[in-house]
Design a protein around this ligand. Structure first.
Ligand code: HEM
Length: 510
């Protein structure tokens, strides 16, 4: 230390210094040293930040005002700021540095590096709605969840779910019968109920009865909780818990969360109670006992890692991310089919030839290749998660710039999917761009509706099988119409991308 405390304290007369003064001197020294280290760290951070190009930013608030708008406008603002840049660029959200990535080469780096596999601070309100689990955790806990869950929602496991997808799709066809010849209606409500039934049976292992009028309000609670979590993320003054819990939004969030948590907790308790009872299904194979929740409970019986609350949150991290994106993607798909009758006719011909009146099987699903291209083209134009956020936990390099530790990385899927550098006529709906020949030379990270790498969507195969089955059954029975056009479709960005004017289609008998 650059001064001797004992020497100072022992000085006589007017030079004598009390213990309090010595204490103050030490505290001042520590503060000054801390400040010096902080300045050094911030200086290094700023040195990297200023070398990254980006729009002019105001002191303290940076570019935050540009994004202070309602949800309907947010997507346009993001596009407006992002269009002039190709390589990574930066925006300042107040003191927070956000590095925006929209080049597939750099996206590949972000998605595959452990340094950028953590969810950033901005996700914490979403995390509070799902609880700790695969979506919200990072590092070794995330890896452990992923290792257990991935095989339950992909590969051979899907064979056990296909009957349910087919049965619930046929039920959806029945539900839609009342809309034949009735003019335009919002198809999202039907997609919500049908996908909820599929997810309830295959993920939660409980009978899906939403299409028979059950589970009233559950979807609304999900929608409310997601919307409020997103609203809170965008409004910094709602960040303190003591304030938020006293607002109307805070109370609505708590109430929606109460319903969702009780729903999952009740199913966990019920499943645990019956897990050792003999199976009593008619055909001897109890389908509802092969659901993800049953598998998770069986796994937990061996490892004893999770108490009931943890199990509740772990399963909420699967059923909620499964239901909403599939319902949304189906709704966009039916609008696209309605707007492009020639594409719809081709899909119908393929489905009639391969599936006909027979039950759906995985083998038939794999042969519905044109339908698959149509679904891919839909989720290219309408990627459910338009922006993906990550945090850098160490300094790292892109080809064109260095990125400092502690900043947020934003991958704008929406822009990559519509970038003319990777897509000819990107605003046009053209499923043929996904034929094997036309896809051959495309960068694999130019099309990432399910994200990719370390945190890529675990349910992508599940989602494809579900959407293909439902689309196949509906086009077999109905001709879909849609008066709107791609040019007039207005989109908004929240946690997911949505149509501002709903998902309006009409149906007649095929
Ligand atoms: C068309 C339907 C779907 C789309 C477009 C989609 C898209 C995505 C995207 C973009 C992510 C990455 C989010 C991020 O990193 O912030 C993701 C993650 C995830 N998805 Fe999906 N998803 C779909 C369906 C499903 C289904 C059916 C399931 C479950 C059966 C599911 C489960 C998950 C989970 C658990 C994660 C977190 C993975 C992790 O962090 O390791 N998704 N999804």
């Amino acid at each position: 230390m650059w001064f001797n405390i004992e020497l100072i304290a022992s000085l006589p007369g007017q030079w004598g210094i009390s213990t309090v003064t010595v204490g103050l001197l030490i505290a001042t020294w520590f503060l000054a040293d801390g400040f010096r280290k902080w300045c050094h760290k911030e200086w290094r951070f700023l040195q990297s930040a200023v070398l990254i190009p980006g729009p002019p930013a105001l002191p303290l608030i940076g570019n935050a005002l540009k994004f202070a708008c309602n949800g309907d406008e947010l997507l346009n603002r993001i596009i407006e700021v992002s269009r002039p840049y190709d390589n990574p660029f930066r925006v300042w959200m107040g003191p927070k540095l956000v590095v925006v990535v929209k080049n597939p080469r750099d996206v590949e780096v972000v998605m595959n590096s452990k340094i950028t596999s953590h969810k950033p601070y901005e996700y914490r309100f979403l995390a509070s709605y799902l609880g700790p689990g695969i979506v919200t955790e990072s590092g070794s806990i995330h890896r452990a969840h992923r290792k257990v869950i991935m095989p339950m929602v992909s590969g051979k496991s899907l064979n056990a779910y296909i009957d349910c997808f087919d049965r619930q799709s046929r039920r959806c066809v029945e539900c839609l019968a009342g809309k034949v010849g009735e003019g335009e209606f919002d198809v999202m409500h039907y997609m919500d109920d049908c996908t909820l039934d599929m997810v309830l049976e295959t993920v939660m292992g409980t009978p899906g009865t939403a299409q028979h009028g059950g589970y009233k309000g559950l979807i609304n609670c999900c929608a409310t909780a997601i919307a409020l979590a997103h609203e809170r993320t965008m409004k910094v003054w709602l960040y303190p818990d003591w304030l938020y819990t006293r607002t109307t939004s805070g109370r609505q969030f708590a109430s929606a969360m109460g319903v969702l948590q009780k729903f999952a907790a009740t199913l966990v308790a019920r499943k645990k109670n019956v897990r050792h009872e003999p199976k009593i299904d008619n055909d001897g194979s109890d389908k509802l006992r092969t659901a993800v929740l049953d598998q998770l409970i069986a796994h937990n019986d061996e490892t004893e890692e999770m108490d009931d609350t943890r199990l509740r949150d772990a399963i909420s991290n699967i059923w909620m991310p499964a239901q909403d994106p599939t319902a949304l993607s189906c709704s966009f798909l039916f609008m696209m089919l309605g707007m492009h009758p020639e594409v719809q006719d081709k899909v119908r011909a393929e489905v009639n030839e391969i599936v006909g009146n027979e039950d759906m099987t995985m083998e038939k699903i794999s042969r519905l290749t044109y339908l698959e291209s149509v679904i891919k083209e839909t989720i290219r134009l309408f990627p459910v998660g338009p922006v993906i956020l990550r945090e850098s936990t160490a300094d790292f390099e892109f080809e064109t710039c260095s990125v400092p530790k502690g900043c947020t990385l934003a991958v704008i899927l929406y822009e990559i999917h519509r970038d003319p550098k990777y897509w000819t006529d990107p605003e046009k709906f053209n499923p043929d761009r996904f034929t094997p020949e036309n896809s051959a030379n495309r960068h694999p990270y130019a099309f990432i509706p399910f994200s990719g790498g370390i945190r890529g969507c675990v349910g992508r195969q599940y989602a494809m099988v579900l959407v293909k089955t439902l689309a196949a059954r509906i086009v077999q029975k109905y001709k879909i119409g849609c008066d709107g056009s791609l040019d007039t479709l207005r989109l908004k960005a929240g946690v997911s991308i949505r149509s501002i004017d709903g998902y309006r289609v009409s149906i007649t008998r095929a």
